[in-house]
Design a protein around this ligand. Sequence first.
Ligand SMILES: C[S@@+](CC[C@H](N)C(=O)[O-])C[C@H]1O[C@@H](n2cnc3c(N)ncnc32)[C@H](O)[C@@H]1O
Ligand code: SF4
Length: 376
Amino acid sequence: MIKGAYVHIPFCEHICYYCDFNKVFIQKQPVDDYLNALDKEISEGLSRAESDLETVFIGGGTPTALDNQQFHKLLKIIDRHLITPKIKEYTIEANPENLNETKFKLMKDYGVTRLSLGVQTFQNDLLKEIGRPHSCDDVIDIFQEARLSGFDNISIDLMFGLPNQTEKMLKESIEKAMILEPDHISIYSLQVEPKTIFYNRMKKGKLHLPGQDVEANMYELVISELDKHGYIHYEISNFAKKGFESRHNLLYWSNEQYFGFGAGSHGYVQNSRVVNAGPVKNYIQLVEETGSGQFASHTVTRKEKIEEELFLGLRKLSGVKKKRFYEKFHCQINDLYGEEIERLKQQGLLYEDEEKIALTRKGVFLGNSVFEAFLA
Ligand SMILES: C[S@@+](CC[C@H](N)C(=O)[O-])C[C@H]1O[C@@H](n2cnc3c(N)ncnc32)[C@H](O)[C@@H]1O
Ligand code: SF4
């Protein structure tokens, strides 16, 4: 039974230097045709698989890059197909520079429960250096406006390991974030991805990144500062006040199935991992012709399901529950991976008790080494 739906809006008002997500500059894009295609894809997609949705997440790109009218149309489509009284969490990703009173009001009217705000850092110079168009003051103003509009569940995205960022700058960013008291924080270390401006700069030797040791210190700093302020570290890159963990993202990490709608989105439906066409025009054409945006799919084998259960599940600091694993796969984790578990325990990367296996504090820093052990 499918419990979550992700909807991708691949438009942005500007392109950040680090970003390789599926997105295009919004000007001159066929946004209305895109929304019509989304309408059709969602309605037909829902009829093809059994669902009992509890979470909806509209991400991007930048959903709030749509103008007020387009944004209203999007919310109507989502409302018509996906929103039922059973929805427990309805998130929209938003950028500070394109939120306004009308969009806040629309989101409230359509029952959006959670706002995920892209902040990245609280230094104006650094914001410019990574290609963000907003300032720290914009973030503070918009955050306060969101609270006044009645949003009592706000997440912010931050980044570390940015060019020329020091530990002191990161500490200052966290301190400023703490003044706002967000309910949830996602914080990622910069990944330099091909086809980004940063990647080209790196190739020319013009990107000055903190070294690996500094990056590890930064992560340590994030963990200790957020712990001091009462945030629960519940996933490698995610922290929440009690009760504000992202239900939608927990579906991914718990290896549950979910719909992915929109250009370039990923879904996990009827035991298949599916990927939609990425380019906006291809996606629209595909949906018009077939009712689905699907470009590729892969039926997940039992072995892959088990591997995914472990490497996704271990991202959660609460780990993988042995009972749940047995109920899903009718075998014990230890019978399959006894040797690997013992080795990782000896290396101090994994903790085990009667109920679960979970990353240790050392394991949280070296997550990839742990995950690799469970891959063939
Ligand atoms: C793709 S963005 C979409 C949300 C929104 N448009 C924004 O700019 O905040 C989601 C988040 O992914 C993170 N992100 C994007 N590219 C990244 C990269 N190359 N390395 C690390 N984190 C990245 C950023 O924190 C960003 O807020
Ligand atoms: S980080 Fe957000 S705003 Fe920047 S290019 Fe990526 S999706 Fe667009």
